[in-house]
Structures are given as structure tokens and as C-alpha cells.
Design a protein around this ligand. Sequence first.
Ligand code: UT7
Length: 333
Amino acid sequence: METPKLRAAITAIEAYVPDYILTNEELSTMVDTSDEWIMSRVGIRERRILKGEHGMTFMAVKAVKALLEKNNVDPSEIGAIICSTVTPDMVFPSSASIIAGECGIVDAMTFDMNAACAGFIHALKTASLYIESGFCKKALIVSGEKMSSITDYTDRNTCPLFGDGAGAVLLEGRTDGTGLQDAILRTDGVGKEFLYMYAGGSLHPATHETVANRQHYIYQDGKNVFKWAVTKMADVSAEIMERNNLQPEDIAYLLPHQANLRIIDAVANRMGIDKDKDTKVLVNIDKYGNTSSATIPILIWDNQSKFKKGDNLIFSSFGAGFAWGSVWLKWSI
Ligand code: UT7
């Protein structure tokens, strides 16, 4: 008899979002914008902001500790931690190693991954290879972002878009057919000029000038990013269905990156899912905004009670680079 294939499966999920709610009304007192503009163009009503002298790992540690405690996982069982983020606490050491230290996880392999908004799906594929190869039995993916630390609250083009939060998933091997089934991950370096943070890296280290010129904040050419996101995220989501012979009715839920409701609509459309008639397109952009690589794990956490074992879930994302992709996973819990 053939040995059943070992697949990496999500066996636990937790997330943490800060208490402070920044509403469109409050934003309207900071820049020339309105609830009407933000809701109609993007679909965000409010976002969470981490106040106080905390870095991103403050939220990630909360999520990981809750995950370990609620699921009775001994920290010593964790063999690998991949932290996807564009807002690490510091350039080094890695945030993954800081999270490990705070959570009592020793001797695990840890590293940070930057695939911008598509970080979670990149980390998911990477960690799945460690599980499926037998390198480790339990791996954590932690996607955390303190986007407020790189958002310019004098720039109305970007400040309504982003929020803070973190999500963590536990990956373990399963031989019951559930778990990660397929992943398509792509990059086109053309994105470099449309979405970036200019200063703070080795090319443009911090100087008085970079600070005065407000170059330590997100720059986005929204229109161009929008065009690329709509096309590429929709293409890759359709492609993962086609190459696995999945029909719209086979998909239990679509979990898209939460950057813009209009992008989500376009992706669903392309997959043959009517978002208005169907509840399978999961959305929480109205509550949390764009938390970059944390959007999908926060979306899983928010909706986990809906999922049944064996449900086909599609995760799709697009972000800076450009880096994007789509993942098909059968829910395991
Ligand atoms: O997660 C990583 C990937 N990122 C994305 O996928 C984001 C992709 N881009 C987008 O979602 C959209 O392009 C935005 C939401 C960022 C912007 O929406 P848009 O419909 O592309 O607006 P726009 O940038 O073309 O601006 C349209 C108008 C402009 O005014 P004029 O030039 O037409 O007079 C802007 O100045 O809206 C103005 N505007 C605003 N007005 C009120 C821009 N931001 C605001 C604002 N409030 N916050």
C-alpha cells in the first residue's frame, strides 16, 4: 500500500490586535480626508494602532504565547519560527529570535522573511517544506506588522490604509489528505519604483536629511500598485484553481489580502465567485485596514469557527516587490 503523503497543516491559530481604534473620523481631523472617501475607495472604517513604546514583537509575542498556552504546546517542541514582517523591532537581531526568547522557545531555527504583504503565504510554503521533509515536526509562522511606525500621518494618500496587528499559526504534518495542497509564488522586480520605504536601509541610511525629507515612511504609487494587484492577484488565484481542477463551488472560502475592497472584488470575480451573493469571500478590512503580511492570519483567526475539516481554502496576496501568490490549503481542524 502506498504511504499517505505527509502535508503541512495549520493545527492552531492565534492573533493579537491592539486595543486602540483609529477611526476614519479621527483621521479626518489629521489630514484632508473623509469617511465617505475611505469607505468608497478602499473599504476601511477603522484600524488598530499599537500605542506606547512597543515594537512589532510585542503583538507577535502575545499571539504566540496565547497559541502555545491554549493548545498545550510545550515551547521545546517548536523546531522552527519564521517571522514575516516589514517592520521588525530592529534590523537585527531577527524578530523571530526575539519572539523565541520572549516565549521560552530555545534551540529552534529562527529567521525573518520579508516578502512584504505576501509574507505570510511565502512563509507558509517555506515552513511546509521543513515539515514535509522531516526537518522539524512543529513550526510557527508569525506575521506581525507595526505599520503605524512607517506610516506618515501627514500624507492622506497612505495614512488611511494601514493598521497594526499580528497572527501566528502552528504547522504540523498530517497524512489524512488535509493541509497545504499547492502554492504559486511569483515576483516581478518592476514593483520597486511603485511601493517602497526609501531610507533606513544600506542604500540610504538614516541622516538628518532623510528624516527631514520624511523618507522613513511608506511611499506608494497607489494607481499603479492597484492595476498590478488586480491583474496579478486575480491571475494567480484563477491559475491555482485551473491547475487543480477546482470549480468555484469546490472552494469553501477565499481569504484575500486586505488592501482594498475593490481589489478583493476583482479577484473573486475572476475566480467565478459572486461576492455579493456568496459569503465565501472573507473580508475584515473594514475593522483592521491593511496590516501587510498579517492580514491573512488575522482573517483566519477571525473566521476559524466557520471552517470545517477538509474545507478548501484559497489564500491570495499581493505586495511590494512586486511579490504575490496564491495557496490552496485543506483545513485540518
Ligand atoms: O498591500 C500592498 C499593496 N497595496 C495595494 O494593493 C494598494 C493598491 N492601491 C489602492 O488601493 C488605491 O490606489 C488607493 C486606495 C491607494 C488610492 O485609491 P485611488 O482610487 O487609486 O485614488 P488616487 O490615488 O488615484 O486618488 C484619487 C483622488 C486624488 O485627487 P485628484 O488628483 O483626483 O484631485 C487624490 O488626491 O483622491 C485623492 N485622495 C484622497 N482624497 C481624500 C487620495 N487620498 C485621499 C484621501 N482622502 N485619503
